[in-house]
Design a protein around this ligand. Structure first.
Ligand SMILES: Cc1cc2nc3c(=O)[nH]c(=O)nc-3n(C[C@H](O)[C@H](O)[C@H](O)COP(=O)(O)OP(=O)(O)OC[C@H]3O[C@@H](n4cnc5c(N)ncnc54)[C@H](O)[C@@H]3O)c2cc1C
Length: 438
């Protein structure tokens, strides 16, 4: 094999791209990761809220997230290589999924948790009140924008309780996690080139033969994996596979907000993460008694498509006001942060049509995709790497994945991951909540 020839080229060195590279490299493949950014994890990974939770509405979604936790719990062992910058850390503060009424998201989640053995506590209203004494447990939803009249309506009922996952939490440094994966892949012989943009997918004899870079040079490989995050549809278009996919991906502008914690408690030390569909937000502790607030993307929130390289601008006043007022309604002791204190991040989701990722082959032999991560797949990085490597090995070995979707055994829990859930050719999954809790 020449210096410019690899078994697999991975486009993108975010947390998912890094995991795909590591999993292929540890299986003995000669990998090359290409990223147009300056280092690992500078794409949407850097903006991730990195919430680790298991409240998905499909069985494979829950199984993947639950297995995904175990990668983070065993992070240094899993990587098997040092990183001069240290390791990203899992903080298990727990997460409460608030129950608004009998028809809420918990109804989908709870039976799956029971079947798969995901631990949780059912908190009734009194218990939730004890655990979160500074919460207002009245119902105000469905979520609205603070500029809408309904936002200011009186409450119309009382919260039923919560499902609490003691194992849930967040990873403290998502960009470092991607760097950790780079070092782990390198320790297995994987190579990385940064500030290197892929502009073409080369083909010969009806299958992938490598990539063309923006400086006009080419690199050969019989497998190429698109893990380009919000650039995924752009890359699929120049590979010529976009039109044939039933599920599409799109780059969507997304904001998250950082607000000071309540004065009556240390939220970093004693708080837990919360998914609040009644308000349309999720939130979690941040170091320094701060709170990270994200929107769950309820129907009233704008879904703004932006080109993957377009300027994103600053946090919007409308987004800041709406979401800080939403959390203030739930935790009135917070006090509404002032407009000139706007803090947070603006980035992009690579959103799929049903908010479920696409981990699949494509109609072009040798060209694979790990895309459409829709603001909720950081937690699954290790799992995504594992199942992409299993998929690539199986398909390159002759398995007809489209006819018989691969079933992958999850590394830590032994649960079954049915890859039909992540197919590019699925119908929009009607079980998807179409919202995100991080
Ligand atoms: C604001 C926000 C909050 C989130 N919160 C959570 C959360 O709480 N929990 C959770 O589980 N998930 C969350 N996510 C989702 C999670 O962060 C992403 O799913 C994950 O980081 C995606 O990783 P990736 O490697 O696929 O993509 P990225 O990190 O976007 O990496 C893609 C890389 O591809 C490179 N690239 C693109 N095109 C090319 C090209 N042509 N040539 C070379 N390189 C290219 C880019 O430079 C980039 O580095 C959130 C995401 C965002 C944006």
């Amino acid at each position: 094999m020449s210096d410019n020839e690899y078994d697999a080229i991975i486009i993108g060195a975010g947390v998912i791209g890094g995991a795909v590279a590591y999993e292929l490299a540890r299986r003995g493949q000669r990998t090359l990761s290409l990223d147009k950014g300056p280092g690992a994890g500078y794409g949407s990974t850097s903006a991730s809220s990195a919430v680790i939770r298991f409240s998905y509405s499909t069985e494979t979604g829950v199984a993947a997230a639950w297995d995904g936790l175990h990668y983070w719990k065993n992070w240094a062992d899993y990587l098997g290589a040092e990183d001069e910058n240290g390791f990203a850390k899992l903080v298990q503060c727990g997460m409460a999924l608030l129950i608004e009424g009998e028809q809420g998201h918990h109804n989908r989640v709870m039976p799956i948790w029971d079947r798969l053995g995901v631990p949780y506590e059912y908190w009734d209203r009194a218990t939730l009140g004890d655990k979160a004494p500074n919460f207002d447990l009245n119902l105000y939803g469905p979520p609205a924008r603070s500029t809408d009249e309904e936002f200011w309506s009186d409450s119309h009922g009382e919260m039923v309780g919560a499902l609490f996952s003691p194992d849930a939490g967040y990873v403290d440094d998502p960009q470092l996690a991607a760097h950790n994966l780079q070092r782990a892949a390198e320790a297995q012989g994987g190579e990385f080139r940064f500030r290197t943009e892929v502009v073409g997918i080369d083909q010969a004899g009806g299958r992938v033969s490598g990539v063309t870079l923006s400086d006009g040079t080419t690199v050969s490989a019989s497998v190429v994996v698109n893990v380009g995050g919000p650039h995924s549809s752009h890359i699929n278009k120049f590979a010529g596979v976009y039109d044939a996919m039933n599920i599409k991906t799109q780059s969507i502008r997304h904001e998250t907000y950082h607000v000071p914690g309540p004065p009556d408690m240390d939220f970093t030390a004693d708080g837990f993460a919360v998914a609040d569909d009644d308000s349309g937000i999720y939130f979690r502790p941040q170091p320094g008694n701060n709170i990270l607030v994200g929107t769950t993307d309820p129907p009233c929130d704008p879904k703004i498509a932006v080109g993957p390289d377009a300027e994103l601008g600053e946090l919007t006043s409308d987004g800041w006001d709406t979401n800080t007022l939403r959390i203030n309604k739930r935790m009135p002791t917070l006090g509404v942060p002032l407009p000139h204190d706007k803090k947070g991040v603006v980035d992009r989701y690579d959103k799929s049509d049903d908010w479920i990722p696409i981990y699949d082959r494509t109609d072009l032999d040798g060209f694979y995709v790990a895309i459409g991560t829709s603001g909720n797949q950081f937690k699954n990085a290790g799992v995504a790497g594992h199942l992409m490597a299993e998929l690539i090995e199986a398909v390159e070995g002759g398995h007809d994945h489209d006819a018989e979707p691969l079933q992958v055994t999850a590394r830590y829990t032994g649960l079954n991951l049915d890859l039909a859930t992540f197919s590019r050719n699925r119908e929009i999954n009607a079980d998807s909540s179409m919202t995100v809790h991080g």
